[in-house]
Write a protein that binds this ligand. Sequence first.
Ligand code: BG6
Length: 488
Amino acid sequence: MSFPKNFLWGGATAANQYEGGYITSGKGLSTLDAITGGSHTKPRMITYKTKDGKIESIPSRGASLPEGATGYVDPKVYYPSHVATDFYHHYKEDIALFAEMGYKCFRMSIAWSRVCPKGTTEINEQGLQFYDDVFDELLKYGIEPVVTINHFDIPMYLADTYDGWSNRKVIDFFVFFCETIFKRYKNKVKYWMTINEINFCKSWTNIGIHKNDPQTIYQAAHHLFVASAKAVKIGHQINPENQIGMMIAYIPSYPYSCKPEDVMAALEFNREKEFYMDVQVKGYYPNFKLKEFERQGVVIKKEVGDDEIIKEGVVDYIGFSYYMSSVSASNPEEVGMTGGNQVMAGRNPHLEVSEWGWAIDALGLRISLCQLYERYNLPLFIVENGFGAVDVIETDGSINDDYRIDYFRKHIKAMEDAIEIDGVDLIGFTPWGCIDLVSAGTGEMKKRYGFIYVDMDDQGNGTLKRSRKKSFYWYKKVIESNGQDLDY
Ligand code: BG6
């Protein structure tokens, strides 16, 4: 049998896309509460107030906000994160469905602003209690919680007052938050990840920074590295059994052709994520990035001791998302572009794409697993993978999502090959949006990933009723057979 006996089969979600209850029981606002819905042709917008009180909006992707702008929730506008698919009020029902599928683990994030409404050292006990209740419910069914400490939702107060992660003070606030939850959930949670897709932490939306120039982005990255490393150290002190990972969005890029210039272009593209992983896994900044900083005039302000902290706070495993691959060429005009996770991607003529333009590449997952394991030699955890699609409810109420089953079947087979043939140490698999939730990129409900359907549309209409898709029964069988029975 290729999958290890204790393989962590499960599903993945994030607070800001799933939980709802955006100001319920003392929760403070996060940046993502001020982002509108959109589609793949219409961008999501940040609504904000300028220094002189004007209400404005700007496309959220790669936005640079005017100095002094503060996030603003406009009562006339619909924001999908406010109710999302309402895990806050449905957690018992949802966890029962996860248990029915046989989940061994469940990945979720803790909303920082639910525990610390402003992101500072003020605590909201009701927020802590909510997660106690959720963990107790999971543990009741023997489901191991896998917790992302921060999944893109920085408290709005920190963005407004400190310019988010560009400010070193945010390190202390984050470490306080981590220490609080490590202590509180000491006997309930063992698997943690510090920062979701750290290589996508470059915007106001995800980390509260107003400017998006390289100096601001990489200074903020340095603060994230120090904070994450401190959290890893404290987490190990509080409970030596804690397994604390990093989390990267892994989009491997292939050379468009065998022309050496194209190979070099792909190498350079891939370095961006390797930079984030090298720091968090090896514990130091790689030379290629230091040279790039020199060329760009980026100067990272460090404090004495930062390098040691980063070295001592390396992670226990690599969590990563894998949805798609891309291609790079020395002359980008030779390559067509297609949609992608947070960024547009070079289109690979050999691959089909989803309705949102994301390349479908199961072998790319095996390639990624090999690249990661051979470079870092750490246990790997696929904490996101999945197929965003429009689901149709038949007149008898069934949802026959064969396309999703087909996508997973091929990706799970690729995982099996990586374990069996390549000897990769893979510890778990949590498909993304295992229950329908709001899309991060487009803010849509229409782009669904779940095994469980939730009745909610892009305008916020729906009963929130849950129903099982065909893939629900299929994934249950996959888990039951520990990945051996992939037929449908
Ligand atoms: C990952 C994020 O980038 O991709 C998730 O961690 C996100 O938050 C997922 O939802 C899928 O992207 P999208 O844009 O289809 O929701």
